[in-house]
Design a protein around this ligand. Structure first.
Ligand SMILES: *Cc1c(COP(=O)(O)O)cnc(C)c1O
Length: 219
């Protein structure tokens, strides 16, 4: 099937209000332009260097999302243009994003990434870190970074029960934070669901899904 058709089918199948990030990692400028030319302009990348070079070459009305593990020393390269950083996993990174956002005279939206999956390899915060972050003095001083929600990656498995349980856990964490620290309108995003599990994610409350292979084919 063509990229256009894939994109169309996914957009048709997701409820209004769920935002689709087309994950463009490893794909060429020409391939990405096929999606752009369909009118879809929300893209995600997981490596800073690849994102920066694609940002330079592609039209500037694209909304870029950073979805990979982010090192503090690389925040400065994406701070001028990034729309949403999905993968904040430490207070140190939050402080650096705040600093770089301030330098660029803007506010950067971020999500807190939680480690819920069974795999050790996945990054993210633990439930126990929530209190430490939100009640820290450093946190109180952040003016240019805005936490608008949470993110996770489920275990890579075909076992639907495991995946569903993990998405429920992220929804629970979201509700907990919202209730305890953030009864604010802007704290509203739950980024979960990829090609193999986005339908389950939507059933469990995802507001943002991140899809690569189902649009572009396997990498
Ligand atoms: C690659 C990637 C995706 C998309 O994965 P697909 O299985 O190709 O849909 C989503 N989220 C993150 C964090 C990724 O790195």
């Amino acid at each position: 099937m063509s990229i256009q058709k894939n994109l169309h089918n996914i957009l048709q199948s997701i409820p209004e209000g769920v935002k689709l990030i087309a994950v463009t990692k490893t794909h060429s400028i020409e391939t990405i332009m096929e999606v752009y030319n369909c009118g879809h302009k929300i893209f995600g990348e997981n490596k800073v260097q690849e994102l920066v070079s694609k940002h330079k070459l592609l039209p500037n009305d694209i909304e870029w999302h950073f979805i990979g593990h982010l090192q503090s020393n690389k925040v400065k390269y994406i701070a001028p243009f990034i729309s949403l950083i999905h993968s904040v996993d430490s207070i140190k990174l939050l402080v650096e994003i705040d600093k770089q956002a301030n330098k660029n005279n803007r506010i950067i939206d971020v999500l807190l990434e939680f480690h819920i999956a069974e795999e050790e390899s996945k990054h993210g915060l633990k439930k126990e870190d929530i209190k430490e972050i939100f009640e820290s003095e450093l946190f109180q001083k952040l003016n240019n970074v805005r936490i608008i929600g949470v993110m996770c990656m489920a275990t890579f498995t075909n076992d639907e029960q495991t995946i569903r349980k993990e998405f429920k856990e992220l929804k629970y964490i979201f509700d907990f934070i919202k209730h305890k620290y953030f009864n604010l309108q802007y704290f509203k995003e739950i980024s979960m669901g990829m090609s193999n599990d986005y339908e389950i994610a939507i059933e469990e409350g995802a507001t943002i899904i991140r899809i690569g292979s189902n649009i572009f084919g396997s990498r």
